[in-house]
Design a protein around this ligand. Sequence first.
Ligand SMILES: [Zn+2]
Length: 289
Amino acid sequence: MGDRPAWVYLLECADGTLYTGWCYDLMARLAQHNAGRGAKYTRSRCPVTLRWSEPCIDRQAAMRREAAIKKLKRPEKLKLMTSEELASMPGVNWKNLREEHPEPTEGIAGHVREILIGLGEDPEREGLQRTPERVARMYAELTEGYHVDPVKLINDAIFEVDYDEMVIVQDIDYASLCEHHTLPFLGRAHVAYIPGGKVIGLSKIPRIVEMYAKRFQIQERMTNQIADFLMEHLDPRGVGVVVEGQHMCSMIRGVRQPNSLMVTSAMRGLFKKDPRTRAEFMALLDRRR
Ligand SMILES: [Zn+2]
């Protein structure tokens, strides 16, 4: 003990292989890998993408965990990236980790435990025993948009075409976290653009929405970010984004407006300049209501 919290992580390399490592500062380490200064293995396989990470109480715990994961076969590693339940993974045992370190106050799980205590709860009672770890993993999942590499996300999905009609993707479900209260807000996003020589694979637009939703957000900024991302990478003649959201923080607390729907929009290029384009987009959205 006495050491700092550390991370175990899995990277996906440019050739599709997986690399397991540990570090103290996850983002700095990721940057090192991508600068070719990380590990011999990743040096020739850049760029790498962070696929999974897990906080450990200290260096020793991280190294043990790394060794256990290195023994896993690829399908097991892939499963780990999406798994909820750590204890069900071979070679992984949170319980041992906790027994060795009876007071895991470092790291997110430790802080969640402190919150429970601060609120007058008993984190040792049956229903709460694994809650701190669950909440820590839940936050990791709900904020995984921070770790998506946007360039890789749209890689190979942009095509040159001679098409200049409006492209619309409607009813994209999203869930985000309000950065003021850390409570969810969720709803649907509608995205339209008019190509300027390039189009993007339609399935990528929901992924772009998700990348910006899965982090601490405010709806207005998320709406702008989606529009700006498409403007930057597609260089279209215009982009229109409309986002509808129900905010738990106003539904279940404070002023309590259980039915309020917040609508935000971001218009760029033709959608901003040309009222007819904007009207066409809005009419298409209205029609389904
Ligand atoms: Zn809020």
